[in-house]
Design a protein around this ligand. Structure first.
Ligand code: IMP
Ligand code: MG
Length: 183
């Protein structure tokens, strides 16, 4: 879906489709280098990371396996609480695997810090994180994120997997949702 289809809902585009795709290729080249000679399991966090996994995996010049988890943070409204519930678990055992978690966004960091610890406790050899976006000002816990697409301000953003009320995930760019859409 193009900007023209949703221009009234969007305050501004903060990452264009072109910049996103360019950055994904750079991240993929880095991942290729860092995991050379090692096995690699891409673990996409549903649903936000679907676009990132699709694009990143196709930019990698190596074999990868893919698996998916869906998690939900308990908490009031849109605020993440850090108490995480698994809605869909991994299909396969990850003992001894090199796991790269792929996320759409690190906001408070609570979800990812829980997820990383959870995967490490299952005996993964190595767990790293790749996120398309990070909101440094919103961080509540320190999470070691190895690969970051873009640091952005703490505005509510949509597109490229990120939703508002389950919509806008299929935008190829990332935009700030217009205030009139939620206030
Ligand atoms: P946190 O890092 O535990 O606060 O939670 C991050 C999750 O909250 C992400 O995986 C998104 O699903 C959601 N989220 C955080 N910020 C945004 C945003 O700006 N737009 C859409 N979803 C967001
Ligand atoms: Mg998410």
């Amino acid at each position: 879906m193009d900007l023209s289809a949703v221009s009234k809902d969007i305050e501004r585009v903060i990452v264009s489709e072109e910049d996103l795709q360019k950055r994904i290729k750079e991240l993929a080249a880095q991942v290729d280098k860092d995991y050379a000679g090692k096995d690699l399991l891409l673990l996409g966090v549903l649903k936000g990371a679907v676009m990132a996994v699709a694009d990143l995996s196709r930019a990698l010049q190596r074999h990868v396996e893919m698996d998916w988890m869906a998690v939900s943070s308990y908490g009031s409204g849109t605020k993440s609480s850090g108490v995480v519930r698994i809605l869909k678990d991994l299909d396969r055992d990850i003992t001894g695997r090199n796991v790269l978690i792929i996320e759409d966004i690190v906001d408070t960091g609570l979800t990812l810090s829980w997820l990383k610890a959870n995967l490490e406790s299952r005996g993964a050899a190595n767990v790293e994180i790749l996120t398309i976006l990070r909101k440094p000002e919103a961080a509540k816990v320190e999470v070691n994120v190895k690969y970051i697409g873009f640091d952005i301000p703490s505005d509510f953003v949509i597109g490229y997997g990120l939703d508002f009320d389950e919509k806008y995930r299929n935008l190829p760019f990332i935009g700030v949702l217009a205030k009139h859409m939620y206030s």
